[in-house]
Design a protein around this ligand. Structure first.
Ligand code: NDP
Length: 332
């Protein structure tokens, strides 16, 4: 097996040399075990944050789509596809549990929908963890109503682009915030967002005043930091904030606490953070609904594919630099 091992603690943006690519010998499988071969590896923003607590020398964390190639476990027969948190490795021997120990405890191996029509890679994106993050994290915590105004950050990413489209399905006015004109054009022209803001070239505060004089009812927060403080200042009475991610703070550096208390009090806002696995018992509900919306043409997705397992770390750095549109994955 080829395995990426965490070798040097990240200091600033992760760089070449922080991970080591090694070869690991595989033992014969025992009773109750199976061998899985990775087809697609996921690179996700949270990995930068997890790296602060991941012990040096560990396999780097992450989900993959794998196919079972040998098995002595009847629950995992040869040919079955799974989404599993095995980390960045090409081959894994498992007994059917994974122990992504932080912060949620054991994350079970999730079977993929059997539908032959579904490309397997979607199990890492729109029909997997990010898709359910958008589905549950937005609908459950923001409780959007038709006619309300919704703002989403990292809007051209896997989760953000999905949230914005669910908000459109629910009849909301959707404002997406993203880091390039190309991303903004995609959101506006192909995903029908009502407004877009390029946070690198436009003043968010001023632009929101112009495009959303009615105020903001729901904010789906993927980035945290100053951008979020500015948006929260534009919220309406009884607004809802779903705190999904904090990518601006994943470098582990202490951030100045944004002054959000005043709008939280005066507008009586509700702000709630979540980890998507809290909805594990309803997992298939999200997958089925998202697949339904795709088939109806209401939900579009993009995959940002890097080829070759050895390029996984490069793909991760590109993601952190905002080069991806849609879900960043690696085709092994
Ligand atoms: P994305 O596909 O959105 O990729 C990350 C994007 O973030 C980049 O493309 C970049 O786009 C943007 N970005 C990077 N740095 C900054 C910055 N400093 N300020 C603002 N934007 C930045 O990733 P995902 O869709 O996979 O994840 C989105 C968020 O959701 C992440 O914070 C992630 O950790 C979180 N998440 C949370 C889950 C949960 O259970 N709570 C589950 C899954 C994801 P741009 O060009 O626009 O800057």
């Amino acid at each position: 097996a080829k395995v990426f091992v965490y070798d040097k603690r990240f200091d600033g943006l992760p760089k070449e040399g922080d991970l080591k690519l090694i070869e690991e010998e595989l033992l014969p499988i025992k009773d109750g075990e199976f061998l899985a071969e990775a087809l697609y590896i996921s690179v996700d923003p949270y990995m930068r944050y997890f790296a602060h607590i991941l012990p040096i020398g560990s396999t780097f964390v992450g989900q993959q789509i794998a196919v079972i190639t040998e098995s002595k476990n009847p629950d995992y027969p040869v040919g079955k596809y799974i989404a599993a948190c095995f980390g960045w490795r090409t081959h894994t021997i498992s007994n059917g549990t994974t122990d992504l120990a932080f912060p949620t405890g054991v994350v079970p191996i999730i079977p993929l929908p059997d539908d032959e029509e579904i490309p397997k890679s979607l199990g890492l994106g729109v029909l997997g963890m990010p898709g359910n993050t958008a589905y549950f994290g937005f609908l459950e915590l923001c409780q959007p109503k038709a006619g309300e105004t919704v703002v989403v950050t990292a809007a051209a990413g896997a989760v953000g682009s999905h949230v914005g489209q669910i908000a459109k399905i629910k009849g909301c006015i959707v404002i997406g915030i993203a880091g390039s004109d190309d991303k903004c054009n995609w959101l506006k022209n192909e995903l029908n967002f009502d407004h877009v803001v390029n946070y690198k070239t436009q003043d968010i505060d001023k632009t929101l005043t112009e495009i959303a004089p009615q105020g903001v009812d729901c904010y789906f927060d993927n980035v945290g930091g100053e951008i979020s403080s500015i948006i929260i200042d534009h919220m309406n009475l009884n607004g809802r904030i779903s705190v999904c991610g904090c990518i601006s703070g994943y470098d582990g550096k202490k951030q100045m606490s944004p002054n959000i208390q005043l709008p939280m009090i005066m507008k009586q806002l509700r702000m709630e953070g979540f980890i998507v696995y809290k909805w594990l018992d309803r997992w298939s509900e999200g997958i089925i609904q998202n697949w339904e919306w795709i088939k109806q043409g209401k939900l579009k997705y993009k995959e940002f594919v890097t080829n070759g397992f050895e390029n996984t770390f490069k793909a991760f750095i590109q993601l952190l630099q905002g080069e991806n549109v849609g879900k960043a994955i690696v085709k092994v």
